[in-house]
Design a protein around this ligand. Structure first.
Ligand code: GDP
Ligand code: MG
Length: 441
């Protein structure tokens, strides 16, 4: 996809005269690529129209960077589709919330329920899982196995066939046990859709969830819109999780799900394992969708945040796949040096949603400083190592002592490092542009 879009943009850049015809051809090319990437037909058409309204032909004719103007317009339009304008209900730690998962069989509900629970448990919540799937044989066993592995309390039955009854019993039980995140997994048959939606309605009415999450397999393609809409019509879907983003899926279906449910994507599943689960971030997702080297102007960001003299070296290291603790330290420094953290917010990939939640800049800043204090107690060997196993327990203890922080804070900082390293490692193999050619990206 990225290839055909950049080709279209390149062709337009090369054209000496930019008239409506050239712009239309370019937009058609981009639209074709988006359709192939499973973005819904209507969304593509709307986007095409919006862009024509926004982009001024005179600007294109006069301006030098036509490619940049169109690319930015497409990027902005796609971001707009993915941002339904209002955030979803967010459960609060320590306060009981019931979250119900819906979606077709095989979409990844049961797996995602556990990931969602595990994600919160790691942050100190008290989650619990309720298996209200009485339709599929083995559903309870699957949930039980997942829950046991993650040490999360669960409820279900081999005998009871009424999903509403089990759901209510489970929710009641965990409310009594003061769990703050009660997750209800439901069934999702392929056939008997009317019956499925009726069942979802009943479970929802009986358990009164604070949030209903629609789980969607990213590989369902153009079917995404209708599927999401069908669920939205029977239950009050408030958020979307897109699964199997690790496979060949192109991801355009996520836009459909948001458009159909008017609810944001909150997480994506990127593998079968419990921790292959990421907070959804609109911009990197759209860059990936557009194939902009996985990063919307990753280079732009590097240019904005990283001082000129550090840039070539940083890019070189990243292209070699070495995101070390020292690099993280230097990026922290850059961010803090740039002034109001709210403005630097989300400039560097991975440094946004997780590390610096919106509206909590002070805390984020304090956290970054705390991390840096701990890193000040590290040896050069540790800072420059690319071996994650190097920093063992005794080293962690020493770092904690040296910086006057707790062991678990060192652990947290290293977790953060691993998370960022995973994201930044995608820069491995990056072709470093020649000097002066940075804007070509
Ligand atoms: P359910 O029928 O909706 O409950 O779906 P399951 O949770 O049972 O998942 C169906 C299959 O998809 C299982 O084999 C899961 O391991 C797999 N799966 C779920 N999420 C992901 C994901 O993010 N990536 C990959 N690769 N597989 C996933
Ligand atoms: Mg299931």
């Amino acid at each position: 996809l990225g290839g055909s879009i950049s080709r279209a943009l390149q062709q337009m850049s090369n054209a000496t005269i930019i008239d409506e015809k050239v712009l239309n051809e370019c937009l058609n090319e981009i639209s074709r690529a988006l359709l192939q990437s499973d973005v819904q037909f209507k969304l593509v058409k709307d986007m095409q129209m919006n862009i024509k309204k926004i982009v001024n032909l005179d600007d294109l004719a006069a301006g030098h960077n036509k490619r940049r103007i169109i690319q930015q317009a497409v990027f902005n339009e796609l971001c707009k589709i993915l941002d339904p304008g209002k955030p979803s209900f967010t459960p609060k730690k320590g306060k009981t919330s019931v979250v119900m998962f819906v979606g077709l069989q095989g979409s990844g509900k049961t797996t995602t329920c556990t990931k969602y629970a595990y994600y919160h448990q790691k942050k100190g919540w008290k989650p619990a899982l309720v298996c209200a799937d009485t339709f599929r044989a083995g559903a309870f066993d699957q949930l039980k196995q997942n829950a046991t592995k993650a040490k999360i309390p669960f409820y279900g039955s081999y005998m009871e066939s009424d999903p509403v009854k089990i759901a209510v019993e489970g929710v009641e039980r965990f409310k009594k046990e003061n769990c703050d995140l009660i997750i209800v997994d439901t069934s999702g048959r392929h056939k008997q859709e009317a019956a499925l939606f009726e069942e979802m309605r009943q479970v929802s009415e009986a358990t009164k969830p604070d949030l209903v999450i629609f789980v969607m397999d990213s590989s369902i393609g153009q079917a995404a819109f209708d599927q999401a809409q069908a669920f939205k019509q029977s239950v009050a879907v408030g958020a979307v999780i897109v699964t199997k983003m690790d496979g060949h899926a192109k991801g355009g279906g996520a836009l459909s799900a948001v458009a159909a449910t008017k609810s944001p994507v909150i997480f994506i599943g990127t593998g079968e394992h419990m921790d292959e689960f990421e907070v959804f971030d609109v911009k990197p997702f759209v860059s990936r969708l557009l194939g902009m080297g996985d990063w919307s102007g990753f280079m732009d960001k590097i240019h904005e945040v990283v001082p000129m003299d550090q840039q070539p070296e940083l890019l070189q290291k990243l292209s070699e796949g070495n995101f070390t603790l020292r690099i993280m330290y230097e990026q922290f420094q850059n961010i803090l040096n740039m002034g109001p953290i709210s403005q630097v917010f989300s400039m560097l990939p991975g440094f946004s949603a997780e590390l610096m939640p919106k509206g909590r800049e002070k805390e984020s800043q304090a956290k970054i400083k705390r991390y840096m204090t701990m890193m000040d107690s590290m040896t050069n060997e540790e800072l420059d190592s690319t071996n994650p196993k190097l920093i063992n327990e005794s080293r962690m203890m020493r770092i904690a002592r040296g910086s006057g922080r707790q062991f678990k804070e060192v652990m947290e900082m290293l977790e953060e490092y691993k998370r960022l390293a995973k994201i930044w490692s995608k820069m491995k193999g990056l072709k470093i542009p020649k000097k002066g050619d940075m804007s070509a990206l």
